[in-house]
Design a protein around this ligand. Structure first.
Ligand code: SAM
Length: 204
């Protein structure tokens, strides 16, 4: 990881461009990565598990990849729901740059709008039909709760979020907290210590 953390807003450090393979279900593609971003050497197991197990996105969107990194989830969503408006947000500028490049490379001419940006740049009125995330657990519990509350509060009526979280990093207590906050949350699947949580929008 070098001299800075992947979740830093300023990853800094030397660059070392490389590519990794994303192979999940019908997807088989190369993605550009670099130093200073999450899972730079290999697509994370949790991310692959989320893509393999979570339900496919609705075709009309809008969709959100929360904490997109170099974009494995965003690229998959754009393949599976090519017409849906897609938002991919991250605080790490290098991750945003890579995610844009990976979406450009792998989306077709007929794909819908994809916006890759800092979280503050998403207009406040946008509501999401589905959110997919391998969330930034390592920013700490209080910060994570804030980030999740902010974005889950922007689910459309009957919208759903799919989160992959490791049990050792607090998946079960996170599910309890979400339920306490009135976001109905269930464990869809569990493998190798990872959980996939499905979170339903609060009733209006
Ligand atoms: C576990 S990584 C997942 C990256 C990518 N989605 C993947 O699956 O490889 C979490 C990401 O969340 C980003 N992040 C950290 N704090 C954030 C925040 N407040 N809002 C949005 N993204 C954030 C990090 O920079 C990191 O890229």
């Amino acid at each position: 990881m070098g001299d800075s953390h992947y979740f830093s807003a300023s990853p800094g450090g030397k660059r070392r461009a490389k590519s990794v393979e994303l192979r999940v279900g019908d997807l088989d593609m190369e993605l550009a990565t670099d130093r200073g971003v999450f899972a730079a050497d290999e697509v994370d197991f949790g991310t692959r598990y989320l893509l393999a197990e979570a339900p496919r996105p609705p075709q009309d969107g809008p969709l959100l990849d929360l904490g997109c990194g170099y974009g494995p989830i965003a690229v998959a969503l754009s393949r599976w729901a090519p017409q849906a408006p897609l938002w991919a947000v991250d605080v790490n500028p290098r991750a945003l740059e890579l995610c844009r490049a990976n979406l450009d490379r792998h989306s077709s001419d007929t794909s819908g709008d994809a916006t890759v940006c800092h979280p503050d740049e998403v207009p406040p009125g946008v509501r999401f039909a589905s959110v997919y995330s391998n969330p930034p657990i390592r920013i700490g519990k209080a910060a994570l709760h804030n980030v999740l509350a902010q974005w889950l509060g922007r689910l459309a009526d009957e919208g759903r979020a799919y989160l992959v979280v490791n049990k050792n990093l607090g998946a079960d207590s996170l599910a309890r907290w979400l339920n306490q906050q009135q976001w109905p949350t269930t464990r869809l699947s569990s493998r190798r210590g990872y959980r996939i949580l499905e979170v339903v929008a609060k009733s209006p």
